[in-house]
Design a protein around this ligand. Structure first.
Ligand SMILES: [Zn+2]
Length: 250
């Protein structure tokens, strides 16, 4: 008859802690990769948005330039008309005719000044748009640089971690077999219920390393003694002392 070896509490804790460390390492890689593709996509979207903005600014600049051209032409026309009217004034037959032409000249002078004002305002607006365009272009460059960094990082991680991930998955399977079955059920349940995937945590500055609630000195001493498995009364995680935590290296 095969004898079932009775594992000590310390052995049980060591086994489950090893598993936790391996699984946490797997989580870490997944998190790294999990966020990078999204970050890359965000940056790509940002560049696209900025380029649309530049495109819209260009359309505005074109429209302002057309407006300025039109106003320059209108001004030229007014000035030409003024010249024409002034010539006509030399050949008027009476005062009434002279006054009538004078009114036309005044109107064209007014028109010309109005054109000048429009050109001035539009030029100001044009400068502002060009400035915004320049700043937007600079922003595109910044985001592009960030994108290159993130893309390279993602490619590097993908290349680097492929083998490591495979090794860790194998290690995790092996470590799982060494964990006390009842403890493994608890481990799976606790690990699944927390987003950070931590089911076994170390004491951290007199607190639970999972929920950070203070652990009374009496309980801390129980944890250190390895006579029984101690669970955090706040979060239910398995607690280990720092010495054991430091000893278990994966
Ligand atoms: Zn806790």
């Amino acid at each position: 008859m095969a004898t079932v070896k009775d594992f000590s509490v310390e052995e049980k804790l060591t086994a489950v802690l090893s598993l936790q460390k391996i699984d946490s390492k797997i989580d870490e890689i997944k998190t790294l990769k999990g966020e990078l593709p999204m970050e890359v996509k965000d940056l790509e979207d940002e560049i696209e948005g900025l380029q649309t903005r530049i495109h819209n600014i260009d359309a505005e600049i074109n429209s302002i330039n057309s407006f300025i051209d039109a106003k320059n032409n209108a001004k030229k026309e007014s000035l030409a008309l003024i010249k024409k009217y002034e010539k006509q004034q030399d050949n008027v037959k009476n005062n009434r005719e002279f006054e009538a032409i004078n009114k036309e000249i005044e109107m064209q002078e007014l028109e010309s000044r109005l054109c000048e004002k429009h050109i001035k305002d539009a030029t100001f607006e044009l400068r502002d748009r060009m400035n915004v365009r320049l700043k937007t272009e600079e922003k595109v460059k910044d985001v592009e640089e960030a994108l290159i960094i993130k893309r390279t990082e993602l490619e590097k991680i993908s290349a680097d971690t492929e083998i490591e991930e495979k090794e860790l998955a194998e290690k995790s399977e092996e470590a799982r077999l060494k964990v006390d079955p009842r403890l493994l059920i608890a481990y799976n349940r606790i690990r699944g219920s927390y987003r950070n995937g931590l089911a076994v945590v170390s004491i951290l500055r007199d607190s639970c390393g999972g929920c950070f609630n203070v652990i009374p000195p009496q309980r801390q001493s129980e944890i250190r003694q390895h006579k029984k498995i101690v669970i955090c009364e706040h979060c239910g995680r398995v607690l280990v002392d720092t010495d054991l935590n430091d000893k278990v290296i994966i």
